[in-house]
Design a protein around this ligand. Sequence first.
Ligand SMILES: NC(=O)c1ccc[n+]([C@@H]2O[C@H](COP(=O)([O-])OP(=O)(O)OC[C@H]3O[C@@H](n4cnc5c(N)ncnc54)[C@H](O)[C@@H]3O)[C@@H](O)[C@H]2O)c1
Length: 236
Amino acid sequence: MDTHRTTSRARGGATEPGTARQGRTRTVPPSTVARLPGYLRALHALAAEGAVLTSSDELAARAGVGSAQLRKDLSYLGSYGRRGVGYDVAHLAEQVEVVLGLTTQRRVVIVGIGNLGHALANYSGFADRGFAVVGLVDADPAVVGTTVAGLVVQPFDALPGLVRATGASIGVIATPAAGAQVVCDALVEAGVAGILTFAPAALAVPPHVDVRAVDVASELQILAFHDRRRTGTWEA
Ligand SMILES: NC(=O)c1ccc[n+]([C@@H]2O[C@H](COP(=O)([O-])OP(=O)(O)OC[C@H]3O[C@@H](n4cnc5c(N)ncnc54)[C@H](O)[C@@H]3O)[C@@H](O)[C@H]2O)c1
C-alpha cells in the first residue's frame, strides 16, 4: 500500500491513550500502526475459535510476522503478556481497538459508484471492522438515483450536505484519477478527517486531513520487480 502526501499525523503514528492518561505520551510508530489491523484480525479469529489466551508465537504466526516483531509492536501499547501465560485475547483486542480508534463506529461516504465503488459499497466486511457506509455519490446522471447496497446514489453537489447529515468522517474516492483532486477538495471542504483513495493520482490535502492511497497497479509493479530480481531477468 502506498501513501501519498500523508500528514504529520499519519507520519507520526498514533498516540496510545492509556499512556497519555498516565502522564506519559507514547507514540506508536507508523510501521507498528500498519501491523495492528493484522493483529486485530488474528485476535478476532482466535476469539471466534473460543481461545481465551494466546502466545506471542501463535499470534505472530497467524498475523504473518516474527514473534520478536510482535512483542516489540505490542510493547508500544504497554502490553507485554505474562510469562508462561501469554496474552489475554479479549483484552489485547480491546487495547488494539482503542489505539486504532475503533471503539466508535466510523461513517464512510464513497464517491464514484462505478465498478470499484459498487464492490466497496456491497462489501459486508466493513461493518464487522467498525465502519458503516452511509452515503454514495456519483457525478453521472445515469448513476445518480440508482440504489446500491440499500443506499440511493446522490449527485456530486449533494456531497457537503450528505457528509454533514450523516456525520461521515471518512471519504473513499473511487473515481478516475482525473477527477480525484476535485473530489478530494470537496470531501475536505465537507469536513471529513480521512480519505482513502483508489485513484492513481497524488492528492494534496491540508495538514489536518489524512490520506491513504491504495494503488493496486503500483503494488503489482513492485511484485514484478521482485519476480524479475529473483529470476535474474534484468535486461529489457
Ligand atoms: N475496478 C478496479 O478493479 C480497480 C482496481 C484498482 C484501482 N481502480 C481505480 O479505482 C478508480 C475507479 O475505478 P472503476 O473501475 O470503478 O471506474 P469506473 O469508471 O467504473 O467508475 C468511476 C465512477 O466515478 C464516477 N465519477 C467520475 N468523476 C466523478 C466525480 N468528479 N465525482 C463523482 N463521481 C465521479 C463515474 O461516473 C463512475 O461512475 C479508478 O481510479 C481506477 O483506476 C480500480
